[in-house]
Design a protein around this ligand. Structure first.
Ligand SMILES: [Zn+2]
Length: 560
């Protein structure tokens, strides 16, 4: 038995034996929701030997860990993930069905946190207004307008209308990682704009001018300092023995770089990699987020007055490194070992500013990731790359032969096939029959494991756990007529690095840890779902569940 398990049992026993039958659980002054983009569940234990006592291990040992925590739906992408954590439901209800998805009526693609009515706001004011140049453009035209449900923070606002309104702030390197968690009524959401700025920006959805603490933070030049720091391994190379060798063919490089190897000279890479955007894929992207979080806590006085405030943080650098290098790279391990130190710094600061015992945190991830297929292939595993190729042409030809010549397929994206509604409805054949025929054609393609039409999804989801995930990710009226699933370990991606999005465990299994005021010490191996996090926090705060919530509180995590 390891020290960790011993500690866990000891603390479990003590907390149970000392607990009075009815106790007034302390309620937090500040809840911090932390999402670590693309963090797989196994990373918690895989890198544990190299974590400090004050970061991940502090909250695992002193809080409640759900070891079998899953998304319970596909598509396992960033936008849907962040929306699900804070709405307590799945894309079938909250409507964020991908990062970008096809909209039939407009025959175009929409981005999950885009809003053409909003304008970006930077240090100089509203982007492109009063003769100012349009700098942020689409990167600033953001809001949660596509999110159909409300969030933890929205319900906190509703529950305490009038005096003592809680503050709700969302921050991330990625716009969608800041905006969707913060919800509709947030006081502010801030995301990183690199290029030659290296600033956090926001949009007119929230206000007409950045708060002074944001302007001050941007003026500090933190992005420049972090670029000067560069990126080398934190530990000696032998500590990375669970990882692939530093130089290997399964990792991608930064632009303008020959090998994907340490050390990284970020100033040299800046010009070819979007200026300060280079930080997004390095530990500096996490450091600047912690710095900004602390500035937000000070600037907004979070956790100071009577009402409990909410800060949502999403670390994105972990996702960028995964996409470039995959889960088994030294770069990825180094990213987590360094993030652990950043979390320790953050928790220590929370103790100082808000007070130990006055704050509650949860850590989870928005999705996992597959092993790099080319790397899995090198170990004789059946992973591979899939491309739509001539699937659309083939469907058109086959449907013409079967049901008569028409323009049948409108779009194929996110493993959804959107048939042309006009063609389908003017056909003498029923829609469900056409869907079944398209599904049958799909599974003839190499790499497609299963396909299912919208008419059959609910019934097949009852008996098939993979299709159940697809069903939970399916929004009626927005998704395609037929959805398909690639073989396990297959993806539509380049040959280096990895991606996610599937209904399989490598994409759905993520960490979930609660810690702090009102949280029990312990762990569970029972299956829990991402949609359960929001009602757990709602119960802790004694506010209603978000209005689309379909999850249930993880009651074992809550002090009774
Ligand atoms: Zn993500």
């Amino acid at each position: 038995m390891g020290l960790f398990s011993l500690l866990l049992i000891t603390s479990l026993v003590t907390s149970h034996s000392l607990k009075p039958p009815t106790s007034n659980s302390p309620s937090p002054k500040l809840v911090v929701g932390i999402t670590i983009d693309q963090m797989r569940a196994d990373f918690l234990t895989r890198f544990e030997d190299h974590f400090t006592d004050g970061g991940f291990k502090r909250i695992m040992n002193g809080g409640f860990t759900c070891y079998d925590h899953h998304y319970g739906y596909a598509p396992t992408f960033t936008g849907p993930g962040h929306a699900s954590i804070y709405t307590g439901t799945t894309p079938s209800v909250h409507g964020i069905i991908a990062n970008d998805w096809f909209v039939r009526d407009k025959n175009t693609t929409v981005y999950c946190s885009s809003d053409s009515r909003a304008r970006g706001i930077g240090n100089d004011g509203i982007d492109g207004l009063d003769g100012r140049p349009l700098v942020f453009d689409k990167a600033g035209q953001m809001s949660p307008t596509h999110l159909l449900s409300n969030t933890i923070g929205d319900e906190m606002k509703l529950a305490t209308m009038g005096e003592n309104t809680p503050k709700v702030i969302g921050i991330s390197i990625k716009d969608r990682g800041a905006i969707l968690p913060a919800g509709h009524s947030a006081d502010g959401a801030y995301w990183f704009y690199g290029q030659n700025h290296g600033h956090f920006i926001s949009s007119t959805h929230y206000f007409r001018m950045l708060p002074q603490w944001v302007i001050d933070f941007n003026n500090e030049g933190r992005a420049e300092q972090l670029c000067n720091d560069g990126w080398d391994r934190l530990l000696k190379e032998s500590a990375y023995s669970k990882c692939s060798p530093d130089n290997n063919p399964f990792e991608g490089s930064f632009r303008g770089e020959i090998r994907p190897t340490f050390p990284y000279d970020l100033n040299a890479l800046k010009a070819a990699n979007g200026g300060y955007d280079v930080l997004k894929a390095t530990p500096g992207g996490n450091t600047i987020l912690v710095d900004f979080a602390l500035a937000a806590i000070e600037g907004e006085e979070l956790g100071r007055d009577g009402a409990c405030d909410l800060l949502t943080m999403s670390f994105s650098a972990t996702d960028y490194v995964g996409h470039r290098c995959g889960p088994h790279a030294q770069e990825t391990m180094d990213m987590y070992v360094r993030l652990d130190r950043e979390l320790e710094r953050f928790f220590d600061e929370l103790d100082d500013i808000v007070g130990d015992g006055n704050w509650t945190v949860f850590i989870t991830s928005d999705h996992g990731a597959a092993a790099v297929p080319s790397q899995a292939q090198s170990l004789d595993m059946p992973s591979d790359y899939w491309t739509p190729g001539n699937l659309q042409d083939r469907l058109e030809v086959e449907l013409d032969i079967k049901f008569g010549p028409k323009d049948w397929v409108q779009n194929i994206s996110n493993n959804n096939i959107y048939l042309n509604k006009k063609s389908v409805r003017s056909s003498s054949t029923f829609e469900d029959v056409i869907q079944r025929y398209v599904s049958a054609l799909c599974v003839e393609e190499e790499g497609i494991l299963m396909a299912c039409g919208a008419y059959d999804l609910a019934s097949r989801a009852k008996v098939d756990p993979i299709l159940k995930n697809m069903y939970n990710g399916y929004l009626q009226g927005a998704n395609g007529d037929v959805v398909f699933v690639l073989n396990p370990g297959w993806m539509n991606y380049g040959r280096t690095g990895t991606t996610h999005g599937s209904p399989f465990a490598y994409d759905t299994h993520v960490p979930c840890i609660f810690y702090g005021a009102g949280i029990e010490v312990g762990s569970t191996y029972e299956r829990t779902y991402i949609r359960d996090i929001a009602p757990t926090i709602s119960t802790l705060l004694e506010v209603p569940y978000p209005n689309g919530c379909t999850g249930a509180p993880i009651h074992q995590a809550l002090k009774k």
